[in-house]
Design a binder for this molecule. Structure first.
Ligand SMILES: Nc1ncnc2c1ncn2[C@@H]1O[C@H](COP(=O)(O)OP(=O)(O)OP(=O)(O)O)[C@@H](O)[C@H]1O
Ligand SMILES: [Mg+2]
Ligand SMILES: [Zn+2]
Length: 574
């Protein structure tokens, strides 16, 4: 490609809303352009990289027997009503109507569509297992789109789904493991170091899941890790050992007047009692208007995602003051589990051992003291809903937990039969009985992967592409594109191009300084500088984007040497 023909709007300045390096560099290097909040266009240079990432994904999916589809994104709402997600997905789902007032969704994932398509074709146990996938657009009305393409309202995802005989956990596990292996391969081929974070999501009936994280200070995910035994888990799922606290039974529960004392801190101060002896009571509301009272030790916080997972709902919110009055008859600050009616009660594990505790008395300006869990109230269940913090104890070995931040690039999990059952998918088993297949589901964010590559591979001057996903392999930089320099540049360009090396020839009538700056910014791994001076001694200068020191190539040999070097570099990512 000739630079003069390429649409490549590089920029010196970063846009004001770009807060992280990948976002800044993707815009400055002319890879993307913003169209609206969370909506980005991919420009030609960016699309070259996107296609490379897609192809790596495609090759690895095909290698494990994936069937590639191309699916619509505009989906009749009926399919989403069948799975029930039309009702319980909440506001992330884009819903729209056509001129005939029919409901549609813009798909945020494609479980429904694939299950619908395959329903008529999975007839016999011989049709299983089956793995299908697509690389296509997704739409999600994210609350906080940010960091450029990291979290967009529309983005490209590879999503795969697998179908297995019911009761054949081994078949499902086989594909799940193949995917896990393929993901490792994919990210490695993109030049990324990822950490697979495994998690058993209890809410889904012991099903397994694994997220692929790129450690990064700008990551939105918090990952909990034990250096002692290697336990790693997303903070949304990480558990910890409950501290042993020396609780003493202080006698029967007793009302105490606590005028205007509502918060945990005030209460601790007012009653001169440690916060780990307080039972915090929170009221949450679900989309279907059901309320739930949540109990946790006073010094801990509730993780709302854990709570949602436990309840099996996609959205939950803290009840408003007047809702608490309406539903429970008292304002929030004085709610407690003893004798309360109007909502189910669930408690964190940390509450189970509490004796001599304090909790709201369901009466304005009163609390109970000397409260014992189990004796004075019995929640529907004790479960893990606490926020795990740095220094908490590892659930496996008791060691101290630490935290790091990461970007989630991919997610694989065992789905069970939620969708196949909802869509009435049935196959005839070997024994002649009719059964519902099990499913697995596996996603990778394509643009987010590209952004993560840049987060991990850049310096102050710009991007440093791993060659496997670089828009071009070689940047040819004639210091002044004229005379003998032009001739040699053209020859190199022709020879590289004809042997399959992707070269970008900077044929612009620009100052050398501008060209060097742009070359560093867009980050192509090999840069060949051709100038009059070095030509006098029959040489051109080669500099790798990731090193400071140049080397020199003889003009007669430059194309061949480069071709081999590029080949070797590419081979590292195969
Ligand atoms: N809004 C988005 N913009 C860009 N990529 C996304 C977005 N949401 C998800 N992805 C990508 O799609 C992959 C699979 O989607 P999945 O539904 O598992 O994501 P998710 O759990 O909603 O992710 P997140 O927790 O970041 O919202 C993610 O691992 C991520 O790489
Ligand atoms: Mg999400
Ligand atoms: Zn441990």
């Amino acid at each position: 490609m000739l630079y003069s023909r390429l649409f490549l709007p590089t920029a010196k300045e970063a846009p004001k809303d770009a807060a992280i390096q990948s976002h800044i560099l993707m815009i400055r290097a002319g890879l993307i352009k913003k169209v609206g909040s969370g909506i980005y266009s991919i420009l030609p240079l960016g699309y070259r990289t996107i296609k490379k990432v897609e192809n790596i994904i495609r090759e690895e999916m095909d290698r494990i027997g994936g069937n590639e589809f191309y699916l619509p994104v505009l989906i009749p709402a009926e399919l989403w009503k069948t799975s029930n997600r039309w009702y319980d997905m909440g506001q992330e789902l884009y819903r729209l109507k056509d001129r005939g007032e029919q409901d549609y969704v813009l798909a945020p994932t494609h479980e429904e569509v694939f299950t619908y398509i395959l329903k008529d074709h999975l007839r016999s146990y011989r049709d299983l297992p089956l793995t299908v996938y697509q690389i296509g657009l997704k739409f999600r009305d994210e609350i906080r789109p940010r960091f450029g393409v990291m979290r967009g309202k529309t983005f490209i995802m590879k999503d795969a789904y697998s179908f297995h005989p019911q009761g054949d956990a081994e078949s499902l596990h086989g594909t799940y493991s193949d995917m896990s292996g393929a993901y490792r391969k994919i990210f490695q081929r993109c030049g990324l170091e990822t950490v697979p974070v495994a998690a058993d999501s209890g809410a889904m009936g012991g099903s397994q899941s694994e997220e692929f994280m790129v450690p990064s200070t700008v990551g939105e995910e918090e990952i909990v890790q034990c250096r002692g035994c290697g336990y790693v888990a997303n903070k949304e799922k990480a558990e910890c050992e409950v501290e042993r606290i020396d609780y003493k039974d202080t006698g029967p529960a007793e009302l105490v007047e606590t005028p205007n004392v509502k918060t945990i801190a005030d209460l601790s101060e007012f009653l001169k009692i440690r916060t780990d002896h307080l039972i915090k009571t929170l009221l949450y509301k679900m989309l279907d208007e059901r309320f739930v009272i949540v109990l946790i030790r006073g010094d801990l916080e509730v993780h709302e995602t854990k709570l949602k997972n436990y309840l099996g709902v996609s959205e939950i919110e803290k009840a408003a003051e007047e809702e608490s009055r309406e539903k429970l008859g008292i304002p929030m600050g004085f709610v407690g589990p003893i004798g309360v009616k109007g909502a189910m009660i669930i408690a964190d594990h940390s509450v189970r051992e509490i004796k001599g505790g304090v909790t709201g008395a369901n009466r304005v300006d009163y609390h109970y003291k000397n409260v014992s869990a189990e004796r004075d109230f019995v929640p529907e269940t004790y479960t893990d809903i606490r926020v795990v913090k740095e220094g908490d104890s590892c659930p496996k070995c008791g060691g101290s937990l630490s935290m790091f931040r990461g970007i989630e690039l991919g997610h694989i999990f065992k789905l069970g039969d939620k969708y196949s059952r909802a869509f009435g998918v049935e196959y005839l088993d070997e024994d002649g009985s009719s059964k519902v297949p099990l499913m697995g589901c596996y996603g990778i964010g394509v643009e987010r992967t590209v952004a993560a590559v840049i987060e991990q591979n850049h310096d102050d001057d710009g991007i440093i592409w791993p060659i496997s996903v670089s828009p071009f392999h070689v940047y040819i930089l004639p210091v002044k594109y004229e005379g003998r320099v032009k001739e040699v540049s053209n020859t190199l360009y022709r020879e590289l191009s004809s042997s399959g090396v992707e070269a970008l020839l900077d044929d612009r009538d620009e100052r050398a300084g501008v060209k060097f700056k742009d070359a560093d910014l867009i980050g192509i791994p090999f840069r060949v500088t051709i100038g009059e001076k070095s030509l006098e001694s029959g040489k051109v200068e080669l500099k790798m984007r990731n090193s400071k020191e140049p080397t020199y190539l003889k003009v007669e040999k430059m194309a061949n040497v480069l071709k081999n070097m590029v080949g070797e570099e590419l081979a590292k990512y195969r």
